[in-house]
Design a protein around this ligand. Structure first.
Ligand SMILES: Nc1ncnc2c1ncn2[C@@H]1O[C@H](COP(=O)(O)OP(=O)(O)OC[C@H]2O[C@@H]([n+]3cccc(C(=O)O)c3)[C@H](O)[C@@H]2O)[C@@H](O)[C@H]1O
Ligand SMILES: Nc1ncnc2c1ncn2[C@@H]1O[C@H](COP(=O)(O)OP(=O)(O)OP(=O)(O)O)[C@@H](O)[C@H]1O
Ligand SMILES: NC(=O)CC[C@H](N)C(=O)O
Length: 553
């Protein structure tokens, strides 16, 4: 029996489905952690989290088991014991497990019991729930391994405490949401006090489709004191020192407190990390986007530059007869400030060609939305042509306010591969643009000074699809619209409840609810984008398209 332990916590990125790559990354970290007794890596580190329906594929399960076997065998090399997340099939059912391996042998396997099945999570669809887990005695110390959601609820930690656990080590795959770091701190500090046990909470970092994982791993002692706060948004290996005190209780002696990104930097970091991993892992040489001189495309371009570097971002201004000179100069100045390639490709010839093509079919009809939307669609055709020719992915620039009410052209400006603003309301877009013009935190690849001219932030938003068009002709001002949408979408309030909270007239709120519900068909066809809040369009909020229900007339 030992009175001291060195536990290495490896906050790592992962690549879903890359069994060989993830295993290799674990072994590299294990070599770096050679002074430790035990190395813990995040939830499902071998397969990547969340593996989604890959788990329903027998070949994936077979290959995961084979990769796990090779990883266990590789611990015959000198180094710490390794606790890693994998999938194990028992009597035909797949379980989300932690495998503890040392000296080339599997010592222990424990299964996740609490399967999150809300919001973006669908774990009951793919995994079976394990029994109440056992503790494992490692070098004479009883250790419990609650796996992510196991730690969010009472049952598993209390059971492990009852079974005599002395330390809790919890691997996690916990996606970022605004203010979630504070929630986790409170919850897990409380869990440590409730069980009286010291606990290490280890989360993954990086982007996976719509999810951004912030890391922000922590260690608490049994009195609830937060003793270790690891970095957010970055990989980190930390060797923590643990000792058994005179009272027989284990404590973590390491003291290390990283400062987490404050608001709104946290949101911006989520966008950067999610886009970077999406673009790099899907093999794109860079991104391209329509740069209109407006705030959405300017901010999207800034995020892309901060994620990928200026040489990987390409802005294209595609003026029509309605494009103001100030829009052209603002777009050019945004590109100059960001140091990105900027091309000007007028769509006028294509608009004329469509006018000619449709003249007979449209005879006797006044110009209307059809002609307006043709412009947005011709820009899409242009961007997709460049994407096909050069391989860059088209970045979609729509924000959550527009996506809520359907203020975007289907197969036009909605086209693209990924969106960084999809879960950011327009008021957040303004706030982030102002913030980024004054700050360039460490690690971002863009310029330290301004990233867009002030005029882009201060001028009234316009789609410029017809003369003198302003967003406010069709929608209430964004500082009134966004609280209405936040109530309807993020908090699922009824029209009456939103009216009571915002003081807005019933007719306006009911109209916004109508637009919101009617635009579901557009959102279903929209590209993925990074989740920032508790109710993103996509995985969190799944509404029927064909839907007769309204909360307010
Ligand atoms: N339930 C349903 N299921 C499947 N498809 C459905 C549908 N309802 C309509 N549709 C289809 O959708 C079409 C209507 O959608 P769509 O063609 O997009 O056209 P629509 O939504 O009528 O127009 C786009 C609106 O977005 C504004 N806009 C455009 C571009 C940029 C911005 C901006 O500020 O960023 C704003 C523009 O000014 C206009 O108000 C219909 O013609 C029909 O084909
Ligand atoms: N003249 C243009 N040149 C290039 N791209 C354009 C142009 N007009 C629109 N776009 C593209 O279509 C998207 C929707 O733009 P639009 O101007 O209609 O509305 P917006 O929501 O105000 O966006 P932005 O704030 O970027 O202008 C833009 O973000 C941009 O990517
Ligand atoms: N992987 C998990 O079990 C995640 C669920 C958990 N409640 C979270 O957000 O962090």
């Amino acid at each position: 029996m030992t009175d001291r332990l060195t536990i290495a916590l490896a906050q790592m990125n992962q690549r879903v489905g890359d069994l060989a790559g993830n295993a290799e990354a674990i072994l590299i970290v294990r070599r770096r952690a050679s002074g430790a007794d035990l190395l813990l890596v995040p939830e499902l580190q071998l397969t990547g989290y969340p593996p989604e329906d890959l788990v329903l594929k027998p070949a994936f399960l077979r290959e995961t088991e084979a990769a796990a076997g090779r990883l266990v065998a590789a611990t015959s090399e000198p180094g710490p014991a390794l606790a890693f997340g994998s999938i194990r099939v028992v009597e035909g059912k797949a379980y989300n497990v932690v495998i503890l391996a040392d000296e080339g042998r599997e010592l222990f396997v424990t299964r996740k019991r609490e399967l999150p099945n809300y919001g973006t999570f669908d774990e009951k669809r793919i995994f079976a729930s394990g029994p109440l887990p056992e503790v494992f005695t490692f070098k004479g110390v009883k250790i419990g391994f609650p796996i992510c959601e196991d730690l969010w609820l009472d049952d598993v930690p209390m059971h492990l405490a009852h079974e005599g656990a002395e330390i809790l080590l919890s691997p996690n795959g916990s996606p970022f949401e605004i203010d979630k770091d504070e929630l986790r701190q409170k919850l897990f500090g409380g869990r440590a006090t409730q069980t009286g046990l010291p606990l290490a909470y280890l989360n993954r970092v990086g982007g996976q489709d719509e999810l951004a994982f912030d890391g922000s791993s922590m260690v608490f002692n049994g009195d609830g004191e937060l003793v270790v706060q690891m970095r957010d948004w970055d990989e980190q290996l930390l060797l923590t020192e643990w000792a058994r005190g005179a009272d027989g209780r284990w404590r973590c002696e390491t003291r290390e407190r990283a400062t987490l990104a404050p608001h709104p930097e946290d949101i911006y970091r989520a966008m950067v990390v999610a886009l970077r991993d999406y673009v790099q892992r899907n093999g794109f040489p860079g991104v391209l986007l329509g740069l209109s001189g407006g705030i959405d495309s300017a901010l999207s371009a800034a995020v892309a530059v901060d994620a990928l570097g200026p040489d990987k971002v390409w802005g294209v201004m595609m003026p029509s007869v309605f494009t103001a000179d100030t829009s052209k100069s603002d777009a050019a100045e945004s590109a100059r400030l960001l140091g990105i390639r900027h091309d000007v490709i007028p769509i006028k010839p294509a608009v004329s060609a469509l006018d000619d093509m449709l003249r007979d079919a449209f005879a006797g009809r006044k110009p209307d939305l059809a002609e307006e939307n043709i412009q947005a669609r011709l820009r899409m055709v242009t961007l997709m042509a460049l994407s096909n020719k050069f391989g860059h992915m088209v970045l979609t620039t729509g924000n959550k306010s527009e996506m809520s009410v359907g203020y975007a052209t289907l197969y036009g400006d909605m086209a693209g591969g990924y969106s960084v603003l999809k879960d950011a309301y327009k008021t957040t877009v303004f706030a982030l643009s102002r913030w980024r013009n004054e700050n360039r935190p460490e690690g971002l690849l863009g310029p330290a000074g301004k990233v867009m001219p002030d005029a882009v932030i201060t001028k009234p938003p316009s789609a410029e699809l017809r003369a003198e068009q302003k967003d406010e002709d069709s929608l209430p001002p964004y500082d009134r619209l966004d609280p209405i949408l936040h109530g309807l979408v993020d908090r699922e309030l009824s029209v009456s409840e939103v009216c009571a909270e915002t003081g807005e007239p019933r007719a306006l709120v009911a109209e916004m609810e109508k637009l919101l519900l009617r635009a579901e068909y557009k959102r279903r066809q929209a590209p993925p984008g990074v989740k920032l809040g508790g109710r993103n369009f996509g995985r969190d909020r799944r509404y029927p398209i064909t839907n007769a229900f309204r909360t307010g007339a």
